[in-house]
Design a protein around this ligand. Structure first.
Ligand SMILES: *Cc1c(COP(=O)(O)O)cnc(C)c1O
Length: 369
């Protein structure tokens, strides 16, 4: 449980996480709903998040690297499918095999690596194929798909379990690139032998059933980030970051607060100092822009965020609330992760994956509750 010494807590609601997966699975209709748990499940902790998702019914998990895949296999046991998006190199092929992690093959070179691993293993090996429909980041570009179509023997020894691609602009439903990518995906997968198909990430699921194919791959929405930024967030909040007030002081005009004397009091103010800083992932760009919630009262940041501390103007909070030892919500608890991200000039993904290891983590709900 929570040690008295904890001054920053991240509470992760595993029931909300499981509920978000079920909502997305319902939205996906007949398509299978996987879960993307790369980057330690977007910073919330894959070793707790993934079992909660598995208990909710998720059978297929995506990570980025072979190492993440091996760690997840230890957590989840032998049954779930685990796919590594970054694909194999010769150096990790044996590791992928040993841990039953299926690589996503992103180039003719990666196909050759996996075909060679199959020859060594003396048995066909499963893999997913990633075709690039316009992201120009990972995946076989159309010219390499054409080579594969002409020379299908390049896939000898590889069982293609999934053909996937990835949207660049799914969070902008009206963006013309979405339709271009759907057309390109149909064309590229049509050039290959028939296999189950996957295109949609979180936001893609909300573009409509024609993007669902056989499997959808939500990440961000599972963790409470809004997959439909132009509309109300359909997802439940999963993370709640709270920082403890260390000190409260009264300052008079014209005193200043913090580095650079950025906050200049124009009238007498009460300032609360909280034990969370940019080293904890509370971005420095939130100085003078962010806000916290103290027992339901919004309290704006005053001055710059420093490494281990931030300062809030609690003048307008009712007497007795802003006292040393009281907790202020900084992400969640009335300040959505998307709102924090917008104030920081970034996206919720970066806010969550920045959350530091110094923060005390508490998990509620879930299979071990
Ligand atoms: C990260 C990632 C996802 C998940 O995207 P979200 O926007 O977080 O839902 C899906 N597919 C691929 C290939 C990814 O890299």
């Amino acid at each position: 449980m929570l040690p008295d010494s904890a001054t920053a807590i991240l509470t992760v609601d595993l029931n909300a996480l499981a509920g978000n997966w079920r909502l997305l699975a319902t939205r996906a209709g007949a398509a299978e709903c996987a879960a993307v748990v790369k980057a330690d499940a977007y910073g919330v902790g894959a070793s707790r998040a993934a079992p909660a998702l598995a208990a909710a019914g998720c059978r297929t998990f995506f990570v980025a690297t072979a190492e993440e895949g091996a760690n997840l296999r230890h957590v989840l046991g032998p049954d779930p499918n685990i796919l590594a998006l970054n694909g194999p190199t010769e150096a990790v092929a044996a590791d992928l095999l040993a841990h039953g992690v299926m690589p996503v093959l992103n180039s003719l070179g990666q196909i050759e690596v996996w075909a060679a691993a199959a020859r060594v293993a003396g048995t066909p090996l499963a893999a997913a194929l990633h075709v690039d429909t316009g992201m120009n980041r990972l995946g076989l570009p159309p010219a390499e798909v054409a080579v594969l179509a002409r020379e299908p023997q390049r896939l000898d020894g590889i069982l293609v379990a999934l053909v996937l691609s990835h949207f660049a602009c799914a969070d902008e439903p009206a963006h013309p690139k979405n339709q271009d990518q759907i057309v390109s995906f149909l064309r590229l997968k049509g050039a290959l032998a028939a296999a189950p198909a996957s295109l949609a990430n979180s936001a893609g699921i909300f573009l409509g059933a024609h993007t669902h194919f056989d499997l959808v791959r939500p990440g961000a929405a599972l963790y409470g980030i809004n997959p439909t930024p132009a509309e109300a967030n359909p997802m439940a909040q999963v993370v709640h970051l709270q920082g403890k007030i260390l000190q409260v002081r009264q300052i008079d005009s014209p005193e200043s607060v913090g580095y650079g004397a950025d906050f200049l009091a124009e009238s007498p103010r009460r300032i609360a100092t909280v034990a969370v800083g940019y080293a904890d992932g509370y971005h420095r760009s939130l100085g003078g822009r962010g806000a916290g919630m103290l027992n339901g009262f919004r309290v704006p940041l005053a001055g710059r965020v420093s490494m281990d501390l931030l300062t809030l103007d609690v003048t307008d909070a009712p007497p007795g609330h802003a006292e040393p030892g009281a907790w202020i919500s900084l992400i969640g608890g009335g300040v959505s992760v998307d709102e924090v991200a917008a104030a920081a000039g970034t996206i919720g993904y970066e806010i969550l994956t920045s959350l530091g290891q110094r923060i005390h983590r508490v998990y509620t709900g879930g299979p071990n509750a």
